[in-house]
Design a protein around this ligand. Sequence first.
Ligand SMILES: *Cc1c(COP(=O)(O)O)cnc(C)c1O
Length: 232
Amino acid sequence: MGTIAENIEEIRKEKAQAAEKSGRKPEDVLLIAVTKTRSAEEINEAIRAGVTDIGENRVQEILDKYDKVLPVRWHMIGHLQTNKVKYIIDKVSLIHSVDSLKLAEEIDRRAAQHGMMMDILVEVNAAGDEAKFGVGTEAAETLVSEILGSCEHIRIRGLMTVAPYAENPEEVRPYFRQMRHLYDRIAAEVDHPRLDFQYLSMGMSNDRRIAVEEGSTAIRVGTAIFGARDYH
Ligand SMILES: *Cc1c(COP(=O)(O)O)cnc(C)c1O
């Protein structure tokens, strides 16, 4: 591992290569630095090195760090409890982890109170992994329709998935491919002013290259930037 700045540079280069392999430009794939367990100092080092977007998976960590971190776009990438939506609604630019109508309705209600539109992704459990959050691939399209039908303050910007961990990331390529098909199908079939697909959020430190080759437009990378996490 190099310094945070060196790691980011390395990931950028490799992201550009993988994007090219799938017929896209480097800037078509967003790098989201996943900053859970990291200090504000480490996060600011990443921002100074050019990171524009950071991802956190716990509401409390967003609140603890929000005022200490340089201007940046915040992404909520972890499971979100309905009763915590109110704390982050005006702090994050994109919520990646919407997997129920109940959660969407609470986001909608809080966004309405703030007079804003909230951008979200629908989280899909592509591998049908019981230990993971997200709706099944068949249920995703239904949830998209339900949210469009009842949440006027939500804009659906795409889909997100967390692939199962695999020593050899080639093993999860089929899930990414399946996600890409689902993403393309919904984008083609659903014509609605509050559906504006831009993000297919998939790929983490271990499987990011495969994810980009299969069409990811946003990778969420923690360990490869900051090193292994220590949860104490
Ligand atoms: C922690 C986390 C990541 C980043 O994982 P790394 O393996 O450290 O890159 C990405 N997405 C989600 C949802 C996470 O919780």
